[in-house]
Design a binder for this molecule. Structure first.
Ligand code: NAD
Ligand code: UDP
Length: 315
């Protein structure tokens, strides 16, 4: 557990994962500096924290340099849904790369420990399944997803070069698909899309034949993993996969959401987006061994909590 009073910066702190992380850090006794430019995040996500005596909001773009007094940095600032990160792809790459450079410079200046929220997208459309950290991936460098995939890969490179060049204390965590309350109803990710469509009685939009797979991690499990990775000894840098290895097809997910929500929506097929990975499941052996972490929330339980969240939001 962290000593009370540690000053911790969370970039992207008003986002889906960032807001849950800020809450968890406050519960541990940290002073939390939440940095966000509200590109995809919302004030509503952090409204309950604004009056907290150990919480501070800094409206700032990670693409700009920053000098603040911090001991730890979680670098989460970046749109995460394909719809959002493809909307302004040049800006997405800049946020990934220039954002990493600015936060690494800050960490070097302050001798702070810094954690990068990387992604399973660094594996691209993988030929190795499940994906271990030793797999270098199969990424299209010029496709619609490349602004994000290659931006995140370059950010990883920068983290390890800062470690080699400046002896920086780094952690790189590769996050696999995560879901839960505070996902946005309109960001196009599959869990939020299916639930919102089911609750509104609209058609469920299954892309392609629905045989592509993903493995979904509930947000509480993911936040626990981020805290453990940050607390790991300095010689543990990662990259480390974090996700739930319980894999299912998107057709199965659609059927699961229909059953749990009691919806009568129909499933319709739409074209598969370009470069959509066919399979994805993390090998989490490293996280289990080095962080003592295993996800605990079963998909049905997490989906039920997420459906309850959206039911309340959409009334
Ligand atoms: P999100 O879009 O909800 O949150 C991202 C936050 O970053 C938002 O609050 C947004 O306003 C902020 N932001 C974006 N660009 C910024 C900039 N230039 N300067 C300052 N703030 C900026 O997404 P999320 O799901 O919470 O993802 C958080 C991080 O985790 C991202 O880095 C993402 O790549 C990574 N990740 C998430 C998932 C997932 O399934 N949710 C999977 C893999 C990786
Ligand atoms: N998907 C779908 N219907 C939707 C949204 C997404 O079938 O309304 C599929 C998408 O093609 C992909 C999977 O669900 O195969 C996960 O998509 P998401 O955008 O959530 O995340 P990704 O893992 O692709 O970044």
């Amino acid at each position: 557990m962290s000593p009370a009073g540690r000053r911790t910066l969370v970039t992207g702190g008003a986002g889906f994962l960032g807001s849950h992380l800020c809450e968890a850090l406050l519960r541990r006794g940290d002073f939390v500096l939440c940095l966000d430019n509200f590109h995809t995040g919302t004030r509503a996500n952090i409204a309950a924290l604004l009056e907290h005596p150990r919480f501070e909001l800094l409206t700032h773009d990670v693409g700009e340099p920053l000098d603040v007094d911090v001991e730890r940095i979680f670098n989460l600032a970046c749109p995460a849904s394909p719809v959002h990160y493809q909307h302004d792809p040049v800006r997405t790459t800049k946020t990934c790369v220039q954002g990493a450079i600015n936060m690494l410079a800050l960490a070097t200046e302050r001798r702070a420990r810094i954690l990068q929220a990387s992604t399973s997208e660094v594996y691209g459309d993988p030929e190795v399944h499940p994906q271990p950290e030793t797999y270098w991936g199969r990424v299209n460098p010029i496709g619609l997803r490349s602004c994000y995939n290659e931006g995140k890969r370059c950010a990883e490179t920068l983290f390890f070069d800062y470690r080699r060049q400046h002896d920086l204390d780094i952690k790189v965590v590769r996050i696999f698909n995560t879901y839960g309350p505070r996902m946005y109803p309109d960001d196009g990710r599959v869990v939020s899309n299916f639930i919102v469509q089911a609750l509104r009685g609209e058609d469920i939009t299954l892309y392609g034949d629905g045989s592509q797979t993903r493995s979904f991690c509930y947000v509480d499990d993911l936040i626990d993993a981020l805290l453990r990775a940050m607390d790991a000894p300095p010689d543990f840098t990662g990259p480390v996969n974090v996700g739930n290895p319980d894999e299912l097809s998107m057709r199965e997910l659609a059927e699961r959401v229909l059953r749990l929500s009691g919806s009568g929506s129909r499933i319709v097929h739409l074209p598969l987006p370009p470069d959509d990975p066919k399979l994805r499941r993390p090998d989490i052996g490293l996280a289990q061994r080095e962080l003592g972490w295993t996800p605990t929330v079963p998909l049905d339980e997490g989906l039920a909590a997420t459906i309850a969240y959206f039911r309340a939001l959409l009334v």
